[in-house]
Design a protein around this ligand. Sequence first.
Ligand code: C2E
Ligand code: CA
Ligand code: CA
Ligand code: CA
Length: 275
Amino acid sequence: AKEEGRGTVRFYDPEMDERVRERRALQSALHRALAQGEFRLDYQPVIDLATRRIAGAEALIRWQHPERGLLPPSAFIPLAEDSGFIREIGEWVLHEACTTAAAWPEPAAIAVNLSPLQFRDPKLATRVSDALASSRLAPGRLEVEIVESVMLDTDPVVEQTLRGLRAQGVRIALDDFGTGYSSLSYLRRFPFDKLKIDRSFIRDLGQTQDASAIILAIIGLAQRMNMVVTAEGVETTEQATLLSSFGCAQAQGYLFHRPMSSEAFSRLLAQNPPH
Ligand code: C2E
Ligand code: CA
Ligand code: CA
Ligand code: CA
């Protein structure tokens, strides 16, 4: 056993060693992946429920790993967040998404997921305006998605950044709404443009009365606070019909489209132009 500071004794654990080695290997693989262009963005269409037309898309990252194949964000985003490398990845995502969306017909919008660490960066608003300028994307067509946990941060930098983004005309969406600890108190602290109702609520829609009650309440609240509501993870026509009847503005989900390559999304837009 090794002495580790005062009073703590840690026993040698070969499995732990193994995990540490694996994490280090994955970390350096992330750096290489960014340098070699192994990340790519897929785009999931966002549907306007009243007209059933495409309003835009959400950019979702994937890693085309040379040996392990196509990896979902859950396989590497948490690790990139731990090490801080998500800042570099996030910067790439922002530029890539804005450049891609600048070629779409107006007014198709692009939604980009930003990690909590990115919101703690005092330069984030500047980074976003740089990405908009270099891609020539109109700020009103960019939406940034923020998860509730960011708001737990009492750091004034976060609120300043959000205000700085809004002042540029960028819209701000609260992602996975309803899954955090104090969703409602965040709404008091900051004027969001959009609420994205988490998939877990949509899943229960049509199954339990409570799910309908909660979704109706969120939509009513959003209307009074001038926020757009997007339902995530819509998989059945029954869910879509109910959401339409509730006055939910937008939806995303496998019922409409799965995430797709930028080429496929451009073709889709050409056939179904936004208005
Ligand atoms: P999210 O932002 O909540 O994204 C929605 C996730 O739900 C996506 O998973 C999408 O493929 C999936 N999805 C969409 N419609 C349906 C449906 O009808 N049914 C089901 N079962 N799933 C659906 P994905 O692409 O694996 O992304 C997972 C998470 O990874 C995202 O959750 C987001 O938090 C994170 N993420 C993705 N791209 C980025 C990125 O560029 N930066 C950061 N920081 N995080 C990202
Ligand atoms: Ca999202
Ligand atoms: Ca979400
Ligand atoms: Ca999520």
